[in-house]
Design a protein around this ligand. Structure first.
Ligand SMILES: Nc1ncnc2c1ncn2[C@@H]1O[C@H](COP(=O)(O)OP(=O)(O)OP(=O)(O)O)[C@@H](O)[C@H]1O
Ligand SMILES: [Mg+2]
Length: 249
């Protein structure tokens, strides 16, 4: 059970989570993806899921949806699109516990957890109740994002969740008209932070319109545009994560 976390919001956790999940499923792993972002559940949209979860009347268990070979559960499947969830901490904790213990995941090789940003109620519930095998940290190379990484790292260290690696997202951009490469959020920050926190650096994913389009259209870029630099970077990250999963047994 791997948590995908970031200090700062909007750095691409959900995008990396869905692409990674689909890549691992394409490699033959049985993959579950739990969207733990109760207030901003983006996973169903990114995977083109618009079904409601089915409850088995005999067992009372919730059946996850399936898309692109990945089993998915998300608050977005339980509420109508565009309707906000307005809950306090204890309700969040209850929902997370239902997702963990009342979903009929079946046999999985890996369950990925897409976290909301920061170190709030959901993270506290998960680190207390979920048997996390490790955490992957997503960040942009910007100084502000990296400052927030430190907070997330401390939380996992305090709760003794192993840090399995850092992924840098939106690290570079190739101009479509001149082919020149630029680094809108800075350069090299991810690798430096990974080495500072003594965790593996798993790679850099460039900023690409195809990644955003894939997320908006419900077909992750790794499937829709597997030959782009971003998809190749995610595939390479997926291979490393797969190795970690298989070596952990
Ligand atoms: N490598 C990329 N190239 C282009 N667009 C990207 C890339 N990564 C993410 N995006 C886009 O950036 C936006 C934010 O990404 P995403 O929702 O995955 O971030 P997040 O960290 O999950 O945000 P939150 O903290 O709100 O959960 C989305 O519109 C997504 O499509
Ligand atoms: Mg998200």
């Amino acid at each position: 059970m791997l948590a995908i976390s970031s200090g700062k919001g909007g750095v691409g956790k959900s995008t990396i989570s869905v692409n990674l999940a689909v890549a691992l499923a394409a490699n033959g792993l049985r993959v579950g993806l739990m969207d733990t972002d109760i207030y901003g559940p983006n996973v169903p949209g990114m995977l083109g899921v618009d079904t409601k979860p089915q409850v088995d009347p005999a067992t009372g268990k919730i059946g996850p949806a399936e898309a692109h070979g990945v089993h998915i559960i998300s608050m977005g499947m339980l509420v109508d699109a565009g309707v906000p969830v307005i809950w306090r901490g204890p309700m969040l904790a209850k929902m997370i516990s239902q997702f963990l213990f009342q979903v009929d995941w079946g046999e999985l090789d890996v369950l990925l957890l897409d976290l909301p940003p920061g170190t709030g109620d959901v993270q506290i519930s998960l680190t207390q109740t979920a048997p996390l095998t490790g955490a992957l940290i997503v960040t942009t190379p910007s100084q502000l994002a990296l400052e927030d990484v430190a907070r997330g790292v401390k939380m996992f260290q305090q709760t003794e969740v192993p840090l399995l690696g850092l992924i840098e997202n939106m690290a570079s951009f190739v101009c479509p008209s001149c082919d020149g490469e630029s680094h809108p959020f800075g350069q090299g920050g991810g690798a430096a932070a990974a080495s500072g926190f003594e965790m593996p650096f798993l790679g850099s994913v460039p900023l690409e319109p195809a990644v955003r389009a894939g997320a908006d259209e419900g077909t992750p870029a790794i499937l829709a545009h597997p030959d782009t630099a971003a998809s190749k970077a995610v595939a390479q990250i997926a291979r490393q994560v797969q190795q970690q999963i298989t070596s952990a047994g």
